[in-house]
Design a protein around this ligand. Structure first.
Ligand code: CAA
Length: 259
């Protein structure tokens, strides 16, 4: 997979793929082309049977400093409407495999919104999260006001969105935005460990479980519970369920085939 703005390693480790945002001079600003590449890479990895978990990362200085302000600066409302950049984000939202963000440095604006499109987040102690769009006369557009509020609650979301101030990794951890904060030299390694823990499970169970957890953000409790129940029953049609339960009874490690 050859791209201009990202580096992709589909076989970073057994069952684990890695996507690295790679526009370091621009702090990985998310130009339209970069986002299209992320979308295409994720779609390809989602269809790749060998891949069971995907890590999305940047570099030590920046995960991503937001949408590309220089690319947007001269645009009109109609330009933005016709560019329709959020269709790309909608595709990312629908990726079925688990995505783990490994974040160091800036995760701002669209960068933080991209982090919130991921399923789990490992942050370095140096990571800074924020929605600073207000400082350039706009507001979040890739889900920031909605996803952030659901995770951190109204007053915390208001503070971030209305002041544009950044929060530290430690604060992001307290607010439930990240799973783990580790020293900067370990953030990728820790994300890989988390990916390994996911990749050794049944990929079908992982897929249906991810779908069900995401449903909790999007539906009333009764509907989410119904959805969960159907996915739970469906897993009894898999060989992995037979293998997983047999392995428990036989006191051995299961070998999941994704069937
Ligand atoms: N878009 C385009 N270029 C960006 C950028 C962005 N979002 N963020 C940084 N850059 C560029 C800078 O212009 C600079 O390029 P030049 O060397 O050519 O001038 C380079 O990256 C390095 O940046 P700085 O010199 O500014 O680095 P710094 O360490 O002094 O500051 C920073 C770092 C605080 C992150 C600062 O760059 C900054 O505030 N960036 C913008 C953050 C922002 O407002 N993001 C939200 C964008 S809007 C959005 O994301 C909308 C949405 O919801 C989808």
């Amino acid at each position: 997979m050859n791209f201009q703005y990202i580096l992709v390693e589909p076989r970073y480790e057994q069952h684990i793929a890695l996507i690295r945002l790679n526009r370091p001079k621009e702090l990985n600003a998310l130009c339209l082309e970069l986002m299209a590449e992320v979308r295409d890479a994720l779609k390809t990895l989602d269809a790749d049977e060998e891949v069971r978990a995907i890590i999305l990362t940047g570099n030590e200085r920046a995960f991503a400093a937001g949408a590309d302000i220089k690319q947007m600066a001269g645009k009109t409302a109609i330009d933005m409407l016709l560019i329709d950049q959020f269709t790309t984000w909608d595709t990312i939202k629908k990726i079925k495999k688990p995505i783990i963000a490994a974040v160091s440095g800036f995760a701002l604006g669209g960068g933080n919104e991209l982090v919130m499109h991921c399923d789990m987040v490992v942050a370095s102690e140096t990571a800074m999260f924020g929605q600073p769009e207000i400082k350039i006369g706009v507001m979040p557009g890739a889900g920031g006001t909605q996803r952030l509020t659901r995770v951190v609650g109204k007053v915390n979301a208001m503070e971030m969105v209305l002041t544009g101030k950044f929060i530290t990794a430690e604060r992001a951890y307290e607010l439930g935005l990240v799973n783990k904060v580790v020293p900067v030299e370990l953030y990728l390694e820790e994300a890989v460990k988390l990916a390994r823990d996911v990749a050794q499970q049944s990929p079908l169970a992982i897929r249906l479980a991810k779908e069900a957890v995401l449903k909790a953000y999007d539906s009333p409790l009764s509907e989410g519970l119904e959805f969960e129940r159907k996915n739970f029953y469906l897993l009894f049609a898999t060989e992995d369920q037979k293998e997983g339960m047999a392995a428990f009874v036989e006191k051995r490690a299961p070998i999941f085939q994704g069937k």
